[in-house]
Ligand binder design. Structure first.
Ligand code: ZN
Length: 171
């Protein structure tokens, strides 16, 4: 089922999410299936549970956007255990549609997480995958990509969004 994606301004997006403690349950499998469906419907490369209004430490990532099954990654309770180098590239977010800005992040990361069965998994990512991993893990800590921008740029985006909210064009 495609879920509604919550937009910037909703407090859930800026709240640190709760760890997942029960694995391999029908609820968790159903939630992950919904997250894939929602992410693909929105043509995103990643989606974090807070973006569908659930304060849980779960994200899905597919940098191939549905092209390669082996690129599908589910990370639960993830942590970044290694960061190397830096990269700057345009970034957007399904919860902040219409805004894209350059963001500087680590070029390479190693992430340790749990899968849907609760098993420990590790992923090494570079470039786009590293960017997606960092962006989606940020979501679980209540951090949005606009937090990485200058105050000036962030305030500009906030003002534009406030205008959209007033016009009823931001929901
Ligand atoms: Zn995002």
């Amino acid at each position: 089922m495609v879920r509604n994606i919550v937009k910037y301004g909703d407090v859930v997006l800026e709240t640190s999410a709760e760890p997942i403690t029960e694995f391999d349950t029908p609820e968790l499998h159903g939630l992950i299936a919904d997250m894939w469906e929602t992410m693909y419907a929105a043509k995103g490369v990643g989606l974090a549970a807070p973006q569908i209004g659930l304060s849980k430490r779960l994200s899905v990532i597919d940098t191939s956007v549905g092209e390669r099954e082996e690129d599908k990654i589910v990370i639960i309770n993830p942590e970044i255990v290694l960061k190397e180098g830096s990269q700057t590239g345009e970034e957007g977010c399904l919860s902040i549609p219409g805004f894209r800005e350059p963001v500087t992040r680590a070029h390479k990361v190693r992430v340790r997480a749990q899968n849907e069965k609760g098993e420990t998994v590790e992923y090494d990512g570079e470039e786009l995958l590293a960017r997606a991993l960092q962006h989606e893990i940020d979501h679980l800590n209540g951090i949005l990509f606009v937090s990485h921008l200058s105050t000036l740029k962030r305030d500009m985006i906030r003002r534009k969004i406030r205008k959209l909210q007033k016009a009823g064009e931001w929901k």
